[in-house]
Design a binder for this molecule. Sequence first.
Ligand code: ATP
Length: 299
Amino acid sequence: SEWLIFSTWWVGDNISNLMQSVGASEKVFHLMDLSPSSQFTSKGKELQRLKGDIEFRNISFHYTSRPTVPVLQNVSIDVHPSEVVAIVGLSGSGKSTLVNLLLRLYEPTNGQILIDGNPLNELNIMWWRERIGYVGQEPKLFRMDISSNIRYGCTRDVKQEDVEWAAKQAYAHDFISALPNGYQTLVDDDLLSGGQKQRIAIARAILRDPKILILDEATSALDAESEHNVKGVLRAVRSDLTSRRSVIVIAHRLSTIQAADRIVVMDNGRVVENGSHRELLLKDGLYARLTRKQADAVA
Ligand code: ATP
């Protein structure tokens, strides 16, 4: 899917950089296929001070290629500044689509997304994307050493110790240190597991210090790995060294997001529940059922 490239464009990338990303060349064409709204443009507002308040207001959406399939129906979600919101739901319930809309890969069919109260479609798209750290399920790394992969796209001057700090936050430092050349190890196709790649991408996002951080938890990662990945992101939001940020986690394992401030449960394109882990267990609805099912599957 077009997802895979977006771990790279948020760094204000150009197409030639995208082409160098390991195995990403075929994905570039997806970028060019997207609606005009997603093309790079100088139009639109830039906010002076972004707080990170995100509101999905009555969003309905269908993909133009499948006009008869409503993917989101009257979805309203608030993400307050500095909040960690997890989005859960069965496969196909519309979780990734919400993020697609937030990244402005597509425009809602109905309803509005508001950023600090401003309609998202009035904001400058490049400015907006630069403020988002997006870590996809299969982030693309570059054919360069690990350290450069973590630094990639960071406009500030960063020292090696900053790189290692970010890697520690992302639970990546230990496996990196165990590689033959540590941070200087060259990344190639099969050096790292899916979960490890995701942790490198999380370190990269943390180092960039985005106001809004989005993690699409890798379904391919092992349970323990996945738990680390999500914890790394949760830690990033609360870290003192960085500014406060809003975090959205698309979670596939319910065990990893119990500490989220809020959990939004999607079913068939609708928000059916919204609350903390405790609240949702007490409610004994879909979330509680899914939690029991996953616990059984693991046991
Ligand atoms: P998963 O957990 O499997 O990633 P999800 O909850 O993220 O699923 P979405 O990927 O948002 O769900 O998909 C919601 C619906 O939209 C599904 O029916 C899917 O087939 C459809 N869909 C997703 N992407 C596209 C696309 N680019 N074009 C047409 N339909 C799509």
